[in-house]
Design a protein. Structure first.
Length: 259
């Protein structure tokens, strides 16, 4: 895969995705979105990839959001097309594999929207989060105005969106936006620890759980409980569903295959 603005690496069952434009605080422009479409396509298709860690290059920013200078300089020009929304993820709903955001600095605007689209957020102590789009005449249209009120108390979310103010990693943790706050040097190791704990579980169980949890949010409890989602069907007819109880009975660690 020929990538210029993103680094994509695989190690055993773990994928590392790094936004690689540190000179502009990992701000996103259309060519980057196109590359991210390809990365997510590969991650979904590769059955050996069970978890992804997403981060930004350098120590200043996860992503500062939309590259406004690029937008201004190329206004009126034909733009490449991409499918999955901001960074190929904010409008993509078919990724049942877990995604961990390792936020290494500013996560603003679209950068915050990327993190909100992930399942787990680990933040460096100096990280900051916000949706400042109204301050430049825009809005958080890549899902931010919808995801943020679903992740924290409504009045707090509205206050953030209507002022464009940033919050610190400590504030984000207090409001339940992030799972853990650590020194920068511990950021990737902590994300890897979370990934390792996830990978102790059956990958198909994790995928079924993620799909059911997110799709069930839009249903009544009764409807969600009686719905059999596609990943659930795959799980219950899988080799892993046999291996788990067998390993428990034999008092050994399960050997997951993801099928």
């Amino acid at each position: 895969m020929d990538l210029k603005f993103v680094r994509y690496e695989k190690k055993e069952h773990l994928a590392y995705i790094t936004f690689n434009r540190p000179e502009v605080l990992n701000a996103m422009h259309p060519p980057c979105h196109v590359e991210m479409d390809s990365v997510w396509d590969d991650f979904v298709a590769d059955q050996q990839m069970w978890v992804a860690i997403v981060t930004g290059a350098g120590d200043k920013a996860f992503s500062a959001g939309n590259d406004l200078k690029y937008t201004a300089a190329h206004r009126g020009e034909p733009m490449p097309q991409w499918r999955g929304g901001f960074a190929g993820i904010t409008a993509r709903y078919d990724i049942n594999k877990p995604i961990i955001a390792a936020v290494n600095g500013f996560a603003l605007g679209g950068g915050f929207e990327i993190a909100l689209a992930c399942d787990i957020i680990i933040a460096a102590e100096h990280a900051r989060f916000g949706l400042p789009e109204p301050r430049v005449g825009l809005m958080a249209g890549a899902g931010g105005v919808h995801r943020l009120p679903r992740h924290m108390p409504l009045k707090i979310a509205m206050g953030m969106m209507m002022t464009g103010r940033h919050i610190t990693a400590a504030e984000a943790y207090r409001w339940g936006l992030v799972n853990e706050v650590v020194p920068l040097k511990d950021l990737i190791p902590t994300a890897e620890r979370w990934a390792a704990e996830i990978m102790e579980c059956s990958p198909l169980s994790i995928q079924a759980s993620k799909e059911a949890a997110y799709r069930g949010l839009h249903m009544s409890l009764e409807e969600a409980n009686r719905t059999t989602f596609p990943a659930m069907k795959r799980l219950f007819s899988s080799e892993d569903a046999i291996e788990g109880p067998r390993a428990f009975a034999e008092k050994r660690k399960p050997r997951w295959k993801g099928r």
